[in-house]
Design a protein around this ligand. Structure first.
Ligand code: AMP
Length: 375
C-alpha cells in the first residue's frame, strides 16, 4: 500500500493513478470531508499530530508522498524513521519557507528576483529602499494562490503595508523585486531515486487574482527558450537532489531572461494537462517515483489548453446548455473534483481542450473562457 498526505484533488488524482498501477492507497487528511478520503483503501481523517493515526498510517504503507508542501516537517521526519518519504522532509523544510527557498536557489546560482528577509514589519522600509520600487511583500510561510501578498508601488505604500503586516497571523515575510515579466511559465520535472530524470514540455500560464486560470502546453515561445526553461527547472531539482515530481514556476522577462518564482515538491495544477495530453501523467510519475519504478515517458501527444473552474465558475458553466455543450465539444475533457461546497477562489474542477494544432486548442478553450469572462 502506498500513502499520500493530503486528500484534495491532487491526492485523489494520485490515488486513481496508484490504483490503476495495482497499488492500494492510504490517504491521511485532517479534514474528513475531502475527496480522496472517499476513494482510499485506508482513509485516515485525523490531525497530523495524532500519534495513533501515525502508527496506523505508517504501519500500513511502504512509501509515502504528499499533495501539499505545507504538511508539518515533523510528520515527514517521523514517517522517515520508518519508511521512504518522497520528496524527503529536508526538501519540505527548504521549500515551505520562501526565504529559505530563495536563499537555497540563490546559493546554487539559480536566478531569483532580488529579495530581502523581513523578520518584523519595521524591517520593511530599509529593505524596500535597498531593493527599489515596485516590490512585493509575501508571507514567508503559508502563502498560496496569491494570498498573503502586498504590492508596494512606491514609498507612499510603506506605512499601510507595514500596518497590515503587524496584523498578520503568519510571519516572517520576504520582500522581493517586482518583475515586469512577459510571460509566466512552468516546467514539471520528475526525478527518480537513482537520479534519472524526465522533463515535461514548458507550459505557459495565465493567473487571475493570483490563482492559475489557464495553462497552455506547449508554451508559445521559441523552442530554444523552452529548452532553456526545461534545463533551468531540471537544474533546480538536481540541486535539491529531490525524488518525486516537482513543478518549477518561472518568469520570462522581455529580454529572454528567466527567473525562478517558486518550486512545488508535488504535481501541480499547471500539469493537469498531462492527464489527457501526455503518454504518462504527472500523477503516474509521482506513483512511479515514490514506489521506485522506472520513470515514464513525458511525450506531449497533442497541444492542450487547460482552463480551471474556480468557485462559482461551475454554476456559470452549468447554466443552460453549458455542460451539454462542453460534452459535445470535440477534444474537451471535463474533470470535476467532487468538492461539496463552493467557496470563492476554490478550485472545483478543470477542462482540458485537446487539438491537433495549438491555435485550435486555444480557440476551443476560448468558448469556455468567454463564458467565464477570463482576461
Ligand atoms: P506566488 O504566490 O509567489 O506564486 O505568486 C502568485 C502570482 O503573483 C504569480 O503567479 C505572479 O503572477 C505574481 N508574482 C509573484 N511574484 C512576483 C514578482 N516578483 N514580480 C511580479 N509578479 C509576481
Amino acid at each position: 500500500m502506498v500513502g499520500v498526505l493530503g486528500g484534495g484533488q491532487l491526492g485523489s488524482m494520485f490515488a486513481v493513478a496508484a490504483r490503476r498501477l495495482g497499488y492500494r492507497v492510504a490517504v491521511w487528511d485532517q479534514d474528513a470531508d475531502v475527496p480522496a478520503l472517499k476513494i482510499a483503501d485506508l482513509p485516515v481523517a485525523a490531525p497530523f499530530a495524532d500519534p495513533t493515526a501515525l502508527n496506523r498510517f505508517a504501519g500500513s504503507v511502504s512509501a509515502v508522498t504528499y499533495e501539499w508542501e505545507n504538511i508539518p516537517v515533523a510528520l515527514g521526519e517521523a514517517l522517515e524513521q520508518r519508511l521512504a518519504v518522497r520528496p524527503a522532509s529536508r526538501i519540505l523544510r527548504i521549500l515551505q519557507n520562501r526565504v529559505e527557498q530563495k536563499q537555497f536557489l540563490a546559493s546554487h546560482n539559480i536566478p531569483v528576483a532580488t529579495f530581502r528577509p523581513i523578520a518584523a514589519p519595521s524591517d520593511l522600509r530599509a529593505a524596500a529602499e535597498s531593493i527599489g520600487f515596485p516590490c512585493l511583500c509575501k508571507t514567508a510561510t503559508h502563502g498560496y494562490d496569491g494570498k498573503g501578498q502586498w504590492r508596494l508601488a512606491g514609498a507612499q505604500d510603506l506605512a499601510s503595508v507595514q500596518e497590515q503586516l503587524g496584523k498578520q497571523a503568519h510571519s516572517p515575510w520576504v520582500l522581493e523585486q517586482f518583475l515586469a515579466f512577459d510571460k509566466e511559465l512552468s516546467v514539471l520535472v520528475v526525478r527518480g531515486a537513482d537520479g534519472d530524470k524526465r522533463v515535461y514540455p514548458t507550459v505557459e500560464n495565465v493567473h487571475e487574482a493570483g490563482i492559475l486560470r489557464t495553462s497552455r502546453a506547449p508554451a508559445e515561445i521559441d523552442p530554444r527558450l523552452a529548452q532553456r526553461a526545461g534545463d533551468l527547472a531540471a537544474s533546480v531539482v538536481a540541486a535539491l537532489e529531490g525524488v518525486g515530481v516537482f513543478c518549477v514556476e518561472l518568469f520570462l522577462m522581455p529580454d529572454g531572461g528567466l527567473f525562478v518564482n517558486e518550486v512545488a515538491p508535488r504535481p501541480h495544477n499547471s500539469g493537469h494537462y498531462t492527464l489527457d495530453a501526455c503518454t504518462v501523467s504527472q500523477f503516474e510519475q509521482q506513483v512511479r517515483a515514490v514506489c521506485g519504478l522506472p520513470l515514464g515517458e513525458v511525450r506531449l501527444l497533442c497541444p492542450a489548453v487547460m482552463v480551471n473552474l474556480i468557485g462559482e465558475d461551475l454554476t456559470k458553466v452549468s447554466a443552460g446548455e453549458g455542460l451539454a455543450n462542453l460534452f459535445r465539444q470535440p477534444g474537451a475533457k471535463l474533470h470535476l473534483y467532487g468538492k461539496k461546497s463552493v467557496r470563492p477562489g476554490r478550485k472545483m474542477g478543470h477542462v482540458t481542450f485537446l487539438a491537433e494544432k495549438p491555435a485550435q486548442a486555444w480557440e476551443s478553450a476560448e468558448t469556455l473562457r468567454r463564458v467565464l469572462r477570463c482576461p
